[in-house]
Design a binder for this molecule. Structure first.
Ligand code: HPA
Ligand code: ZN
Length: 353
């Protein structure tokens, strides 16, 4: 079995992707046309060509601009349904998706429109493909804490349909400490909380996310390696990291995939997971991310399976479903092992006699 085949059949959870970052160029153009929204690009090739970034802010400028094509319930439904279909095709059994309502409500799109489109697509995906999913609303960190609080209040009608809250957007200059009261309120209400930290920002931001925001998971967290005591703490408390390798490459957080810290983070005993972040902008869905790491870092089947197991360990999902998913990984690994044995046996002279 090739690494591609092993990764393709490996049951996995995806825990770090932004719905708005999964608008494929074809859909972007179709929605622009359908909604009469003027965009700078006329063809898919032009759009793909524009996706070159030297840092996070370059990407965010394009990403927020791209959000303008999303206006109707059907638009939010379509982008979410498309992502979940691709995830299902990649062997994802459970996806926890980020949604950034402020990118829509500040353009005059009602939160109800956004939620109706996204939630109906999540229901359709589960009914049609059996993939389960959850929603994490992210506050934009360049905005004020008051605006984050307003988002929390506005989301109240959907509290029963939301897993948690997170923090995304421009990291440098906007430390987690800016949102301490917002996160305290989210936790009081019983929500899971995550924060982007240590993508472009320093290990000190990761530490703040852990110590001040009390996050259940860290999004990215690459910079943790700069602080050995922090790494020990994350390992001891099994605070998961949702790492996004192709995103890191496209945003020049790493110079090339061989320099990616994924393996170092795993070897330090951290609960690392692999995710796509903004798959249409960064050139790959979750399996592309697993494969890029496998190739550049020489990951073994056992290490790939460990990453998949950790994705379910880190998921905000019911225990019975987690146990089922872990058993499915064991079954796939066992099958892959027999496949290797079968292939080896077929090379022996006895086998062909
Ligand atoms: N980092 C921060 N904010 C984001 C990202 C990211 O990679 N993608 C979408 N919003
Ligand atoms: Zn992200």
């Amino acid at each position: 079995m090739t690494p591609e085949q092993f990764i393709a059949g490996l049951p996995k959870a995806e825990l770090h992707m932004h719905i708005e970052g999964s608008i494929e160029p074809a859909l972007m153009l179709a929605l622009a046309r359908r909604n009469g929204v003027a965009i700078r690009w006329q063809t898919e090739a032009e759009l793909r060509d524009a996706y070159r970034f030297t840092r996070l802010q370059d990407f965010l400028d394009l990403y927020y601009d791209g959000c303008r094509v999303l206006l109707q319930v059907a638009d939010f439904h379509e982008v979410t349904r498309d992502y979940l279909r691709r995830a299902h095709a990649d062997g994802v059994r459970h996806a926890e998706m980020f949604l950034g309502p402020q990118g829509h409500t500040t353009r005059g799109v009602p939160l109800a429109v956004v939620m109706q489109g996204v939630l109906s697509a999540m229901e359709a995906a589960e009914a049609e493909d059996g993939i389960t999913s959850g929603l994490i609303l992210v506050a934009q960190r360049h905005r004020s804490e008051e605006e984050a609080m307003a988002l929390l209040a506005e989301a109240e009608p959907w509290y029963g349909r939301i897993l948690g809250f997170g923090l995304g957007g421009a990291e440098l200059g906007h430390p987690p400490s800016k949102f301490e009261r917002f996160f305290a309120r989210c936790r009081e209400l019983g929500f899971k909380v995550t924060a982007h930290a240590g993508e472009e920002g320093p290990a000190a931001y990761v530490r703040e996310a852990v110590e001040l925001l009390h996050v259940d998971r860290l999004d990215h967290g690459n910079a943790s390696l700069e602080d050995p005591a922090l790494v020990q703490e994350l390992a001891r408390r099994r605070i998961p990291l949702t790492v996004c390798p192709l995103s890191n490459l496209k945003l020049q957080v790493v110079t090339d995939m061989a320099a990616h810290p994924l393996k170092k983070l795993m070897d330090a005993g951290l609960c690392v997971t692999v995710n796509s972040d903004d798959p249409s902008y960064f050139g790959g869905y979750v399996n592309d991310n697993y494969l890029a790491c496998q190739q550049a870092l020489g990951l073994t089947q056992a290490e790939l399976a460990q990453l998949a197991r950790q994705s379910f360990e880190a998921a905000f999902m019911p225990e019975a479903q987690r146990a089922q998913a872990l058993a499915a990984i064991d079954a796939w690994v066992a099958l892959a092992d027999t496949d290797v044995t079968a292939a080896a046996t077929s090379l022996l002279p006895e086998a062909s006699a």
